[in-house]
Write a protein that binds this ligand. Structure first.
Ligand code: SF4
Length: 356
């Protein structure tokens, strides 16, 4: 299909059915588009909207984000997952201030040079914010193109990726680039969905090869995708005599990097571990039910173990990486979703105890 017919059909569909009311579209400046594009990586629009609104309220522009504390940024990201995105946003804002006088760059190479921004995200920001003709190839677009062209080579091969980029560039029109970019993302998110694509209402179905073959869900082809393994950990929810809970900041990189969480003891006697690793005498209580947290590459079973300090807490003084957290006066820090959930449950349990 020619570049024009593909984009014309898509744009006509977008004018009638596209998601025009998204909050980052109301005032499409590059800063807001950038924040939304990063939040939308791996995350659905309806989840992103309240996070986006809150984030923009706190950090309305690049300079406000650049001068924020990392904890304040991670705090606003709590529950959204993939926290490297927040750390990279923060670093990128500081880079924009240092290297571009606080003005979001317009050159493709300068945008792609920012932490956390790859070729597709750079293209999306420039297309959506400035109407520049750049192709995008996020997960949704890969699915649409792989189906439309019935590409039967595995998606995780370099040659397939190169071919998809060529097709993405071929279909990107010269006019209405911003609308086209939003349109193809919307089509992938709402019509050409992973399971049960809604081909009968798709503007591309007449020429879609996967649809004509009667097998859209076969595409995109993936091989060598192993089942995600199951891992386990135990989180120690240690309370002192005031009811404050011991939290530690995780290392800046890696899983939940820079977020606050409970000490984790993988196996063995938890009381012994606390004495050895934390210098604390504790008494453990009955573990809470196991929490399952799913990552893209593995599943994590978390056993939460409540514990009380016996004796003083003097050996474990507070420092920048360790805090006795007051559940009733929560401050601004970032938590992973399971830790946030456990803190909320602890707060409820503590409230019940106080009311007895
Ligand atoms: S016809 Fe079906 S498979 Fe083809 S692009 Fe549209 S929704 Fe996707």
């Amino acid at each position: 299909m020619s570049e024009h017919r593909f984009s014309r059909r898509l744009l006509a569909w977008y004018d009638r059915h596209g998601r025009q009311a998204l909050p980052w579209k109301r005032k499409p400046d590059p800063y807001r588009i950038w924040i939304s594009e990063i939040m939308l990586q791996q995350t659905q629009v309806k989840t992103v909207i309240p996070y986006f609104n809150r984030f923009i309220r706190h950090f309305p522009n690049v300079r406000a984000l650049a001068r924020a504390e990392t904890d304040a940024v991670l705090h606003l990201w709590t529950g959204l997952g993939y926290y490297a995105r927040a750390r990279n946003l923060h670093k990128a804002a500081q880079q924009i201030v240092a290297q571009h006088a606080g003005v979001f760059p317009r050159a493709f190479d300068a945008v792609a040079d920012l932490p956390g921004i790859g070729r597709s995200t750079a293209g999306a920001i420039l297309a959506l914010a400035f109407g520049r003709r750049h192709a995008i190839l996020d997960g949704n677009v890969k699915r649409v193109l792989a189906r439309f062209h019935a590409i039967d080579t595995p998606l995780n091969k370099r040659a397939t990726e190169d071919r998809l980029w060529r097709l993405a560039e071929h279909h990107t029109p010269r006019k209405r680039v911003a609308d086209y970019t939003q349109a193809i993302m919307d089509l992938g998110a709402t019509v050409c969905v992973r399971t049960n694509p809604r081909c009968t209402v798709c503007p591309l179905h007449v020429n879609c090869r996967a649809y004509r073959h009667g097998s859209p869900e076969v595409y995109p082809v993936r091989i060598g995708v192993r089942r995600a393994p199951l891992k386990a950990t135990r989180m120690l929810m240690i309370r002192d005599r005031r009811g404050h809970v011991l939290l530690q900041r995780r290392p800046p990189v890696g899983l939940w990097g820079g977020l606050w969480g409970f000490p984790e003891c993988l196996d063995g006697d938890a009381c012994h571990w606390c004495r050895e690793a934390l210098g604390l005498n504790v008494q453990t209580e009955t573990p809470w039910p196991v929490l399952r947290h799913n990552f893209s590459h593995y599943h994590l079973n978390i056993t939460p173990i409540p514990a009380r300090v016996v004796g003083g807490t003097d050996q474990l003084m507070e420092n920048p990486e360790t805090v006795w957290y007051n559940l009733n006066q929560p401050d601004r820090r970032g938590f992973s979703a399971p830790v946030k959930r456990l803190l909320d449950q602890l707060r409820v349990t503590q409230g019940r105890r106080t009311n007895i």
